[in-house]
Structures are given as structure tokens and as C-alpha cells.
Design a protein around this ligand. Structure first.
Ligand code: TXA
Ligand code: MG
Length: 339
């Protein structure tokens, strides 16, 4: 673990450093440094055409790089940041931030809510490009320990900011149009909150939801694959396959070695009914369905527990989650993590 001062020094010398945010840890590099950005792609084994989110200290710093921002975006930035939301904006074609965007003419900007990282951004006085701190395709790190385990040997340091408060990646909204926005990735901040702010400010901006991941009609079969159209790189999964199951009673509790992940309420049911069988079953509690904030916070940690277990597969028992932006974000991540 390194201090903020050490992180500033390492980043200034084109190093790559894991930084805490309220959503997940990011793997940070100076956003204008081609050399540092290349190291991020290498450490994560990330496809080179997958652009990086850039983190800024405040709106003034965003303006230095993105001169044209619609008025409604300023309102959203004012209302929600520092916070778990990211804005897709147009980027001038000669921008030095193109190092971070795979050469694209757009950029995703975020002002994270974490004192340590805000202090780091202020000291550094330059934006930090930071994708989630995980090997590409794997689960995002939500604690320094998770990042250390996944990437420790490949990066220059980790700034310890404790466990991430939210635990799921930021909401991403496409703000390039003048009269409408589109949620590209669901997160803690949802459609209703966005609409409310527009109403309060008398802004007539249409808000559209993320394209839903369509599930094939599910049977209790591990062979069924969920398709995830809309995004090119979408699978964030544990090392061993996880299958989404609608009902734990239909799992074949037979010879295979597996784990079951479910809410505390369902695990309790399983414990009560399976008690007499005396079988050793790996049960992973996701938290109470009454506290989905805690389910979100611990979700990636719980999913990653299956990596170290002596099992071949896991089953994640689906719930009828409550209707909220966070529940929608949880569902979205579960669909991505499961087969
Ligand atoms: O909460 C978060 O947003 C975290 C923390 C570290 O800030 N970051 C994060 O970054 O989740 P990453 O790279 O894991 O996810 C960013 C997503 C990727 O799916 C990437 O393809 C997309 O945003 N993205 C980034 N820049 C883009 C751009 N200019 N146009 C379209 N998609 C973009
Ligand atoms: Mg990621």
C-alpha cells in the first residue's frame, strides 16, 4: 500500500496505481500519457479498442478538456458529483485525452466521491484515466485486498481507501445529445433520480433506460447461455462458471462440487430443509433482501469467493428484486456474471 504522495510521484512518472472510489477501485494512469495508458491495458489484459473512463477533480477541470458541455450536463454534475455517475461527452479531435479513449471522439468523464482520490486528483492537477481495477473480464475489485490478489504483481502500487461504499460501477449516461440522455450502464443513480433533477430545473430532457439484457427462457440447465447484446465487452465473471437458477429446489444436489449464492433469506430456507441430508454444501450469503445496499456493496467480494473454493461451478439463486435503480444495477451485474 502506498501513500497519496507516493501515488502522485508514481503517476507523474507514468506509473500505474490502483485508487479507491465509492464504486469500485480504479487502475489509474495519467490520462494524457500514452506510455502510462499502455501499461494499464497490459496489466489488465484489456482489448486496446476498449476506451477508459477519465476521472477529474471538478467541473472546471473537465471544462479544460471538454469545452462544449450542454447546460443540462452542468446541472447533473452539480447535483450528483462528486458521485457515482459518469458522463459520455464529445471530445475535441485534437484532445490530449485521446490517449485514454482509444482514439475515439468521445470521452466518459467522472468526478468520484472519495476523499483520498479527490486529494490525489487535486495534488496531481491532471485527470486520471482509470478502468476498474481487475483483469479484463473478471470481477471488479472493491477492496485493496481484492486488487492486490488480482493485479498486485502487475502494478506500481495500491492506495488504500478501504472497502468501496457502493460496490458496483458508476451509472454511465450518454450526454452528447442536446435534448435527450441515455443510460448506458445502470448504477446507483437511476432514471427516476435523473428525471427528478430535470423536472426541478424545468429542463425538458428525455431520459431513456439501458438496453435490457434479454434472457433466454430459462430452464434449469447449465448449458443455457445468456446473451448480452448492446455492449462489446460485457462478461465480468468469477473464474468458475456461475449459473443463474430460479429455484434452489430444482438444482440437482448430486455429485458435482458446487456452491450456492443466495440472499440470507433463501440460504436460511436451504439450511432448514437440507439439514437432515448432512451434505456439506458451500453456501454463500449475499446479504438480506431487505438491505440491497449491502448486497451491492459485497456482491463482487462474494462472487470472488467461489474462485478459491474446491468446486466446479456455482448456482446463483435469482430473486424478484425490489424496483429501484440499485436493484436494477445488481440484476445487470448478475446477468453479466452468470451463464
Ligand atoms: O465506477 C466506475 O465507473 C469505475 C471507477 C473506477 O470509476 N470505472 C469503470 O471503468 O467501471 P471500466 O473501464 O471498467 O468501465 C467503463 C466502461 C467500459 O465498458 C468502456 O467500454 C466504456 O465504459 N467506455 C469508456 N469510454 C467510452 C467511450 N468514450 N465511449 C463508449 N464507451 C466507453
Ligand atoms: Mg470494468
Amino acid at each position: 500500500m502506498i501513500s497519496i504522495e507516493e501515488a502522485v510521484k508514481l503517476l507523474s512518472e507514468d506509473g500505474i496505481v490502483a485508487i479507491p472510489t465509492e464504486t469500485v477501485y480504479g487502475l489509474g494512469a495519467i490520462a494524457t500519457s500514452q506510455k502510462a495508458i499502455a501499461k494499464v491495458y497490459k496489466a489488465k489484459n484489456r482489448p486496446e479498442d476498449n476506451p477508459l473512463i477519465c476521472h477529474f477533480y471538478d467541473i472546471e477541470q473537465i471544462r479544460e478538456y471538454v469545452p462544449k458541455i450542454h447546460e443540462y450536463v452542468e446541472v447533473l454534475i452539480d447535483e450528483f458529483t462528486p458521485g457515482p455517475i459518469s458522463f459520455l461527452l464529445d471530445l475535441p479531435s485534437d484532445s490530449p485525452l485521446k490517449a485514454a479513449t482509444s482514439g475515439m471522439d468521445s470521452i466518459i468523464c467522472r468526478i468520484p466521491q472519495h476523499d483520498t482520490t479527490l486529494e490525489l486528483l487535486e495534488e496531481l492537477n491532471r485527470p486520471i484515466a482509470a478502468p476498474s481495477a481487475n483483469t479484463s473480464g473478471k470481477i471488479s475489485g472493491t477492496s485493496p485486498e481484492m486488487v492486490e490478489k488480482d493485479l498486485g504483481s502487475k502494478i506500481d502500487g495500491i492506495v488504500d481507501g478501504g472497502e468501496c461504499l457502493i460496490g458496483l460501477e458508476s451509472t454511465i449516461i450518454d450526454c452528447r445529445k442536446a435534448e435527450s440522455i441515455k443510460i448506458l450502464r445502470p448504477g446507483y443513480i437511476g432514471k427516476e433520480e435523473l428525471k427528478e433533477v430535470f423536472e426541478e430545473h424545468g429542463l425538458k430532457i428525455k431520459v431513456s433506460s439501458p438496453t435490457k439484457i434479454k434472457k433466454k427462457k430459462k430452464k434449469q440447465s447449465p448449458r443455457i447461455k445468456l446473451t448480452t447484446p448492446g455492449e462489446k465487452y460485457t462478461h465480468y465473471a468469477p473464474d468458475k462458471p456461475v449459473y443463474l437458477s430460479e429455484n434452489w429446489r430444482t438444482i440437482a444436489w448430486s455429485k458435482e462440487k458446487f456452491a450456492v449464492l443466495a440472499t440470507d433469506e433463501i440460504i436460511e430456507e436451504i439450511n432448514e430443509e437440507m439439514y437432515l441430508t448432512g451434505r456439506a454444501i458451500h453456501l454463500i450469503k449475499l446479504g438480506s433482501r431487505k438491505r440491497i445496499d449491502l448486497i451491492a456493496k459485497n456482491l463482487y467480494k462474494n462472487l470472488s469467493k467461489t474462485n478459491d473454493m474446491d468446486i466446479d461451478r456455482s448456482y446463483l439463486i435469482n430473486e424478484s428484486w425490489e424496483k429501484s435503480s440499485l436493484a436494477e444495477a445488481i440484476e445487470n451485474r448478475l446477468e453479466k456474471a452468470t451463464k
